[in-house]
Design a binder for this molecule. Structure first.
Ligand code: MG
Length: 313
């Protein structure tokens, strides 16, 4: 089984497109017939109560939940209410399983936030059609969410997503009294590169550099985004100056090791980068914007001092 515990923004496109369904019903018989109906097309997980099902949902982040209403202990509406209180789970679509002749339940399914309902005993064709429709809608929404956070050319996070992550990591590090480091990275003489080799080669160069940077970020929390044209930015939570300098130097060396020819460069025969770093460690009277500015000033210094180097102010 694939590891599905990673947060959404870590999922690859392929993982985003495969579908897991969790069915919660106190009747084993119902669960068996759901399994028989859907297991050929989906990864089906089952639970016989909310107590069992809620942790499973939190762990697997399924694409769809089939939820019985009438259950002892915790009913389907209560399970739905709890899921909607969780920011990371509230967008998972829920199809309620209702018993015939409970029409008031059907109205309530939509009121509490369900996307559809299926009456029991269900016809396999009806269940399969409704599931297919909802899974497709969920996957389209996932794809749009994924694309909204990414830079189209390099596949790295885009600037909008970086700003969001910076804000989140800033507050987390401040709370935990940990350091937060930022690296601003710029490809040296990139305009000359484009002028010499053309924009198509320029795009390939950006992709190679992006991959080289990403490969140097070994910890799960570290992030890299495309900040602008040939500018990248790394977010290194819980990282002190020494560690950040080390990462920066490794990134610089990794780009140099790509050995992409750049005959027009004034400082080297191959593509190189300049890196400006900044580290926040006390957070008092500081803002994330000031930290970003400091990293940018460091980058400016790296350029001033001759490029293809790392500078921390
Ligand atoms: Mg039941």
């Amino acid at each position: 089984m694939k590891n599905r515990s990673t947060p959404d923004h870590h999922k690859t496109l392929e993982e985003t497109m495969s579908a897991t369904i969790i069915a919660i019903d106190d009747s084993v018989e119902v669960l068996l017939s759901i399994g028989a109906t859907l297991e050929q097309d989906y990864d089906i997980r089952v639970a016989t109560s909310g107590k069992e099902g809620l942790p499973l949902v939190a762990e697997l982040h399924p694409d769809l939940i089939l939820l019985d209403i009438m259950m002892p202990d915790m009913d389907g509406f209560e399970i739905c209410r709890r899921l909607q209180q969780d920011e990371t789970l509230k967008d998972i679509p829920i199809i309620f399983l209702t018993s015939l002749n409970r029409q008031e339940d059907e109205v309530r399914c939509f009121e509490v936030g369900g996307v559809d309902f299926v009456t029991k005993p269900f016809s396999p064709i009806v269940l399969r059609s409704r599931v297919t429709t909802q899974v497709r809608l969920k996957q389209q929404a996932d794809l749009l969410r994924f694309q909204a956070t990414r830079d189209g050319l390099t596949g790295l996070f885009n600037r909008r997503e970086f700003n969001f992550q910076l804000d989140r990591d800033w507050r987390a590090c401040q709370r935990a009294k940990k350091q937060l480091s930022i690296l601003m990275i710029d490809i040296d003489h990139f305009k000359l590169y484009n002028d010499t080799y053309g924009h198509l080669e320029g795009d390939r160069c950006l992709q190679s550099v992006a991959t080289a940077i990403r490969n140097q970020l070994k910890r799960g929390r570290d992030r890299v985004a495309r900040y602008g044209g040939e500018e990248f930015v790394c977010l290194l939570p819980e990282t002190n100056v020494q560690a950040a300098q080390h990462v920066a130097e490794e990134i610089r060396a990794a780009v140099q090791a790509l050995a992409i020819p750049h005959t027009a460069s004034i400082i080297a025969d191959t593509v190189s980068i300049s890196v400006g770093g900044a580290c926040e460690d006390h957070f008092i009277d500081q803002t994330s914007a000031k930290l970003l500015k400091k990293a940018d000033d460091s980058l400016y210094q790296a350029k001033e001092q001759g490029r293809n180097r790392v500078v921390f102010l």
